[in-house]
Design a protein around this ligand. Structure first.
Ligand code: NAD
Length: 282
């Protein structure tokens, strides 16, 4: 019998995780708070499968079968018999803790409870449950169907079995895992990109180099696919500022202190591509 996955949150990440999992043979229940959000999520999944089919990377009948494995609901109880639950709701700790506390009452003893948080310590989410050893971070990357990485995060009490089960799940849906052994804010990836963006923004604000030149240095000097300032514009300067602030608050490490210019950009609404202006104009 196919294993059952519950995905909580049908936004960008949740729908992507549902998509790759259904394609890998999981029975997926996708949960959001409104039918509208669920419709948007499944429309996105359908469009993405269609794209893979039109490029000849996925057979049409396989796409149909995968879509048929996804059911949607606004009822969290539908997660009750899941083997794995991945939470992918807004990056708000209170919302995540409430969901985990409810899941704790609901799911089987051996269910893996995973969060897709990009920066909140897993230990803080796990502490909302009576089974912190079953809680783990599975940090996928956007767009999930295209990006090969899943960052597995061990909370303070995550058991080896839970980590192994999370790895089996993530590898089974086609991802390569890295393991974050200590639950530090920002994990490995968000710490790396934050440190790079903070330094790039400082070099930019102090006039050491132009945005283009800083990005070119990373692309041609280090082989990065995209420079840090273009990445900040794509991700959202507001999102990166928030993530960096989080890491700074937790670690008190000065290298994560966001430069003032980034704060003023966000105050002014210049948050990158989605606003038309960030480190670059669009
Ligand atoms: N966007 C990215 O590039 C990215 C990358 C890695 C990790 N993440 C993390 O993944 C998580 C989700 O991010 P996203 O970009 O998909 O957000 P999103 O805003 O696209 O989607 C969040 C969804 O959660 C739903 N939601 C809110 N409360 C809910 C609840 N109680 N139950 C069920 N659904 C609920 C919302 O209606 C929305 O559809 C966040 O923790 C984020 O930090 C995001």
């Amino acid at each position: 019998m196919a294993k059952k996955l519950a995905v909580i949150g049908a936004g960008l990440m949740g729908s992507g995780i549902a998509q790759v999992s259904a394609q890998a043979g999981w029975d997926v229940v996708l949960r959001d708070v409104t039918d509208e959000a669920l419709r948007r999520g499944t429309d996105g999944i359908r469009a993405s499968y269609d794209k893979f089919v039109s490029k000849g990377k996925l057979a049409a009948d396989e796409a149909e079968r995968a879509l048929g494995r996804i059911i949607t609901t606004t009822d969290l109880d539908a997660a009750a018999d899941a083997d794995v639950v991945v939470e992918a709701v807004f990056e708000k700790i209170e919302v995540k803790r409430e969901i985990f506390a409810t899941l704790d009452e609901l799911v089987k003893d051996d269910t893996v409870l995973a969060s897709n948080t990009s920066a909140i310590p897993i230990t803080k989410i796990a502490a909302a449950t009576r089974r912190p050893e079953r809680v783990v971070g599975t940090h996928f990357f956007s767009p999930v169907p295209m990006m090969g990485l899943c960052e597995l995060v061990r909370g303070h009490k995550t058991s080896d079995e839970t980590l192994a089960a999370a790895r089996e799940f993530a590898e089974g849906v086609g991802k390569t895992c890295i393991v974050v052994n200590r639950d530090v804010a920002g994990f490995v990836t968000t710490r790396l990109i934050s440190a790079l963006v903070v330094e790039a923004a400082k070099l930019y604000e102090s006039g050491v180099a132009t945005a283009e030149d800083i990005d070119t240095a990373c692309k041609l000097g280090f082989g990065h696919a995209m420079g840090p300032l273009a990445t900040a514009d794509l991700t959202g300067v507001d999102i990166l500022l928030h993530a960096t602030d989080n890491i700074y608050t937790e670690s008190q490490d000065e290298k994560f202190a966001p430069p003032e210019s980034m704060r003023r950009m966000v105050d002014a609404g210049d948050i990158g591509r989605k606003s038309g202006e960030g480190f670059y104009r669009y």
